[in-house]
Design a binder for this molecule. Structure first.
Ligand code: FES
Ligand SMILES: [Fe+2]
Length: 395
């Protein structure tokens, strides 16, 4: 692992967007943020939500696509609209590994090549292609590469290979910019307050950590130092993944804590997806126990009001935050605090302090890279992290 120098930040650092003269939040195509994000594989869906033979619309980083799983099992991502007269492709039919447009029957193969045009002259089809985006699957998620040229190495980061189970949480569409949630995942102090009602994070609230962060060749490593001298190590893989050890959710306690891979993927500048994979370590018996608890937990969640609806009520002053109880309480707490900052938080007006160092550090990395993109200067070459760099709990 190589580390670049880490910078000292005083309480006066504000890390605001205007300070750097770049928009840190946007990922629209053609913007520095959009070009930056499109250098990486990004998670776009849960594998189990993309059924064989069915196409769905997919909006990522303010662009619209169609996603489908062909008969061979491979995921395909193509333009949202047919190149003929722009009908929506997801209305059409998946045929084997091809997709046929509902409007006039043009059919495209998995490479995007038009292979049939029922009402056209022979020879026209080979001149027509639909835009495609490379897609791969790992740990129960679909990843896509939206950039130019060859995609980087896949998978984009290492995951734990010890015995256990990797499962995927419910996908939440969050009504705010992705960077708010990515920044929240760097914010260890919030845990002691945001998640104190309900008590699932109580062990982390015993003593507030002193946070430090350092840039690495794959992203940023964050340390939370507590009085007992044990550091909690969390990893932030560029551009939008946090790998961390978290306490079990209430009712889902198994031996040990779980390792979580949070993906915060922009839908557009004001919405993003939470795609969360969790690795639970254990023997086959532990995992059977975990699965039974998960099934019971899923029933409780299904019977409760949707987390998003409860969070919206709290943001609108309906109900009392501290008194709210729900099987997905931590999720509600996170939605209400992060989406409640506004669709795109006003970073110019914040008052950042010592505890925000990891956030400030990441913003400076983004600003540096965005400026390099805007000015056509050389950018950082991002690497895939080594298997040996893992998060730790340390409380
Ligand atoms: S718009 Fe798709 S075939 Fe005509
Ligand atoms: Fe949280």
């Amino acid at each position: 692992m190589t580390h670049s120098s880490s910078t000292d930040f005083g309480a006066e650092s504000d890390g605001s967007a205007s300070r750097f003269g770049v928009d840190l939040a946007t990922t629209k195509p053609g913007t520095p943020g959009g070009i930056f994000m499109r250098q990486f594989w990004v998670a776009v869906a849960r594998s189990k939500d993309i059924e064989t033979g069915r196409a769905k619309p997919l909006r990522i980083m303010s662009e619209d696509f169609t996603i489908y799983r062909g008969a061979g099992g491979a995921i395909h991502i193509v333009d949202a609209h047919c190149p003929h007269r722009f009908a929506l492709m997801h209305l059409g039919w998946v045929e084997g590994d091809d997709i046929r447009c509902v409007y006039h029957g043009w059919k495209f193969d998995g490479s995007g090549q038009c292979v049939e045009q029922p009402a056209e002259e022979p020879g026209f089809a080979r001149k027509v292609k639909i835009k495609t985006v490379p897609a791969r699957e790992n740990i129960g998620l679909v990843y896509a590469y939206f950039g130019e040229g060859e995609p980087p190495a896949f998978p984009p980061f290492p995951t734990r290979a010890t015995p256990g189970i990797m499962d995927i949480w419910n996908a939440e569409p969050m009504p705010c910019n992705y960077l708010q949630s990515f920044e929240n995942s760097m914010d260890e102090v919030h845990v002691a307050f945001t998640h104190s009602p309900g008590g699932s994070h109580a062990p982390l609230a015993v003593d507030l950590p002193l946070v430090t962060a350092e840039e690495t060749d794959w992203g940023m490593l964050r340390l939370g130092k507590r009085r007992n001298g044990i550091d909690r190590v969390s990893l932030h893989y560029a551009p939008n993944v946090t790998r961390v050890i978290v306490p079990p959710r209430a009712g889902l306690d198994v031996k040990g804590w779980r390792e979580i891979y949070f993906h915060f993927t922009p839908i557009d500048d004001e919405n993003h997806l939470w795609l969360i994979a969790g690795h639970t370590e254990g023997t086959p018996e532990d995992i059977a126990d975990y699965k039974a608890k998960q099934a019971a937990y899923d029933k409780l969640v299904a019977a409760a009001p949707p987390a998003m609806a409860v969070a919206r009520d709290l943001m609108n002053g309906i109900g009392v935050y501290a008194d709210t109880r729900h099987p997905d309480l931590a999720v509600i707490q996170d939605i209400a605090t992060q989406a409640g900052q506004g669709r795109v938080v006003r970073r110019d007006g914040e008052r950042l302090g010592r505890s925000d160092i990891a956030i400030i550090h990441w913003r400076r990395i983004l600003a540096r890279e965005f400026q390099a993109i805007a000015r056509g200067k050389p950018r950082k070459h991002w690497a895939v992290a080594g298997e040996d760099i893992v998060p730790t709990l340390g409380f």
